[in-house]
Design a protein around this ligand. Structure first.
Ligand SMILES: C[S@@+](CC[C@H](N)C(=O)[O-])C[C@H]1O[C@@H](n2cnc3c(N)ncnc32)[C@H](O)[C@@H]1O
Length: 281
């Protein structure tokens, strides 16, 4: 079992994986876990998360809205018949994770989680469980080297790339600050994936509350995680040539809202994150 925020006991996870979890310094994925109310975070993560929350007080509800969008979009994709999922920048698992939602709809669904952070993968390894019929794998992979990631043995063992794949890049591309680099990454996947594949993206934006989001970006940068926000037109450009599913590009909480998510009161400025799903013709 992974160590938790109550005991701060790091030994089991480190013993299981042999990875130094660096619990003495903040870690962006564990900060995000803290926003979501998860248990895989430690004092250094919570201190840095506190600074981020001071800069952007709705960070907790924004993270929750982002996560709920993932739930709704995954249900939507399974209803369209998608059975293969590749979730890059997956973060520390928080139940329900993508494979639980996909395999609830179709127990044979196959899901690959990828992240470039060995600490995330160490936590994920202990937390992921697949249905017997389906398959869930996690792969070390960096989205800035999309060819290596997509064609890695971990991905190829689980997914058939000749068939449609539901690719998700949620809350990830804002950690790729270069405009050309982010564009080229997305275009690579769009070119490689089979017709009928889908692309799901969420992304931080400063369109609604530029000052808070600028402060937030600076805090992450100071903590060693450079990033950027993107405008509506920059975000929309990622989907060029693919067919956006209804309702197109919206803030996360307004994409096919579900009253059960209890996100009705959240404003666009509080979410400050765009979301969309598109399909390859
Ligand atoms: C904010 S979390 C998002 C988690 C999840 N996708 C979600 O939306 O709930 C961002 C994740 O992206 C990962 N990440 C950052 N840069 C990455 C890169 N270049 N390649 C792969 N993963 C990356 C981080 O390690 C972290 O786990």
């Amino acid at each position: 079992m992974i160590s938790d925020r109550k005991t701060g006991d790091r030994r089991p996870a480190e013993q299981e994986t042999g990875i130094d979890l660096q619990l003495d310094r903040p870690h962006s994925a564990r900060m995000y876990d803290y926003y979501l109310g998860g248990y895989t975070n430690f004092p250094a993560d919570r201190e840095a998360a506190g600074k981020a929350i001071t800069a952007f007080p709705s960070a907790l509800v924004a993270a929750r809205a982002n996560r709920r969008f993932m739930h709704r979009s995954t249900r939507c994709l399974t209803s369209l018949g998608m059975t293969q999922f590749l979730d890059i920048g997956t973060g520390i698992p928080t139940s329900p994770n993508l494979h639980e939602i996909a395999q609830r709809a179709d127990p044979s669904a196959r899901v690959v989680y990828a992240d470039n952070d060995p600490i995330v993968l160490a936590h994920a390894a202990a937390l992921l469980h697949s249905t017997p019929e389906g398959r869930t794998a996690y792969a070390p992979g960096d989205v800035t080297d999309p060819a290596a990631l997509l064609h890695s043995p971990d991905v190829r063992r689980t997914l058939d790339l000749d068939r449609p794949v539901a690719l998700s890049l949620n809350a990830l591309l804002h950690f790729v600050p270069g405009a050309q680099e982010a564009h080229d990454i997305v275009e690579y996947f769009k070119k490689e994936l089979a017709p009928g594949s889908t692309l799901t993206i969420t992304h931080l934006t400063g369109d609604f509350d530029p000052e808070s989001i600028d402060r937030l970006v600076q805090i992450y940068k100071a903590a060693g995680t450079p990033g950027t926000s993107r405008t509506l037109s920059e975000f929309t450009a990622f989907f060029a040539g693919w067919t956006l599913l209804e309702p197109g590009v919206t803030p996360t909480q307004r994409w096919r809202p579900d009253p059960e998510d209890n996100l009705g009161g959240i404003t666009d400025a509080e979410a400050s994150c765009y979301a969309a799903v598109a399909r390859k013709p």
